[in-house]
Design a protein around this ligand. Structure first.
Ligand SMILES: NC(=O)c1ccc[n+]([C@@H]2O[C@H](COP(=O)([O-])OP(=O)(O)OC[C@H]3O[C@@H](n4cnc5c(N)ncnc54)[C@H](O)[C@@H]3O)[C@@H](O)[C@H]2O)c1
Ligand SMILES: [Fe+2]
Length: 384
């Protein structure tokens, strides 16, 4: 067996009302001045207030930074880091979907490292650890609370860029499904499909291991079995619990096995046309799976089974293609846009998108089937 690394946050709390663990963890860290990074949506939904209430008896001073944009830009993380550097904070808490969590991760390392976040785009380029970090997700989607990645939009280059470093892992991750109950149905659908994409892409990644497979397959089961329910009824706490666990498991798998062509082709859609990360992935997932399926029939067959397809009596090939059908049906049922045209991408843009996607080698190298520029062109065409 090959040797493989496997990294996780210091501790992960998963479960309803796990937010109550925050106070003791903050005390253990001996923090006095906390910088809480979140966004306007979480302020309006009064989720940020819940975190402040939890720390009311800790005697800590909390500064709330709520200027995080959706799909945050390089400038956005640098503005947050500049605010952070103004005070002698000893703990950063990130609260929100992937956007605030990534800004919290980026700011915490910029507090202890010189230069721009762009200097650290790539793998393990950050010289020094950042400030201690606690991450609290409020969407069941990105899994950013357990990954060593942070993604920022480079507005000038019209690209989403990834910073990958052990120093982006938090000391503590708190995954409390109750915090996701207020997510609107459309965002629940898109973020849930992002999580499913993480699970399927990391399960079929060339870097997958027996350890990541455990998390990925369980994530596929949990997400595909509960995503329709949370979109239909956001207050269904049992289904929210399954989604929260599924997205976190998918994050663990993605952090250690990587993702592939779906994410590589989704990044330019976000960078050039502002298509949200979840929608971009959901839209491309069936088309990339159709291309990838011959790369690993057995694994795609397992995806079909994990998604509830009955494969008895089917050939491996037939069973593997059933994974695609299952994804398409789920995506349609929860109202995800089904074509690039629907999200207002002009047809003339496909060539520029293809040229940008072929450059995302960090992810394309994990893909179970080799991808050439012409393949990317065909996938975007098919998804149009
Ligand atoms: N670091 C990683 O490992 C990783 C992985 C995948 C994606 N990402 C990045 O994450 C970002 C997307 O994150 P996202 O999909 O979670 O969306 P998001 O963080 O942009 O949030 C989307 C919207 O949902 C609202 N929202 C979030 N939680 C809410 C709640 N509980 N109640 C009411 N409203 C709520 C927010 O206010 C926001 O308006 C992208 O930039 C993507 O590239 C990062
Ligand atoms: Fe993602």
């Amino acid at each position: 067996m090959k040797v493989f690394p496997f990294s996780l946050p210091g501790v992960i709390y998963l479960g309803t009302d796990s937010l109550a663990k925050l106070s003791a963890e903050v005390e253990k860290m001996g923090a006095n001045k906390v910088f809480l990074i979140t966004d306007k949506g979480l302020m309006d939904a009064r989720v940020a207030q819940k975190v402040e209430d939890c720390l009311a008896d800790n005697g800590v001073e909390i500064t709330v930074y709520s200027e995080v944009e959706r799909e945050p830009s390089v400038e956005n993380v640098e503005r947050a880091a500049n605010e952070l550097k103004k005070g002698d904070y000893d703990l950063v808490i990130g609260l929100g979907g992937g956007s605030p969590l990534d800004v919290a991760k980026g700011s915490a390392v910029l507090a202890n490292n010189e230069g721009s976040i762009l200097d650290y785009v790539g793998v393990e380029l950050i010289p020094k650890p950042g400030l201690p970090l606690v991450l609290i997700p409020t969407t069941a989607g990105t899994g950013a609370e357990v990954t060593k990645n942070a993604i920022f939009t480079d507005v000038k280059a019209q690209l989403k860029k990834g910073v990958v470093s052990e120093y982006l892992l938090p000391r503590v991750a708190i995954v409390d499904p109750k915090l996701t109950v207020s997510v609107p149905a459309k965002i629940t659908a898109a973020t849930g499909m992002d999580a499913l994409t993480h699970a399927i892409e990391s399960y079929t990644s060339l870097k997958a291991t027996i350890q990541t497979d455990l998390y990925a397959l369980e994530a596929i089961k949990l997400i595909s079995g509960s995503l329709r329910r949370v979109v239909a009824d956001g207050s269904d706490l049992e289904a929210r619990e399954k989604m929260a666990a599924g997205s976190m498991f998918a994050g663990i798998s993605l952090a250690n096995a990587g993702v592939g062509a779906v994410h590589a082709l989704a990044y330019p859609l976000g960078g050039q046309f502002g298509v949200s990360h979840g929608v971009a992935n959901a839209l491309l997932l069936p088309y990339v799976m159709e291309f990838n399926v011959i790369g690993d029939l057995e694994k795609f067959k397992n995806v079909a089974v994990a998604m509830g397809q009955v494969v008895t009596g089917k050939s491996d090939r037939e069973a593997a293609f059933m994974a695609l059908t299952a994804v398409q049906e789920l995506s349609k049922d929860i109202g995800i846009p089904q074509s690039l045209k629907e999200v207002e991408v002009p047809k003339e843009a496909l060539e520029k998108l293809s040229l940008a996607a072929i450059d995302v080698k960090r992810l394309l190298n994990n893909n179970p089937r080799q991808v050439e520029l012409d393949d990317i062109r065909k996938i975007y065409q098919a998804a149009y």
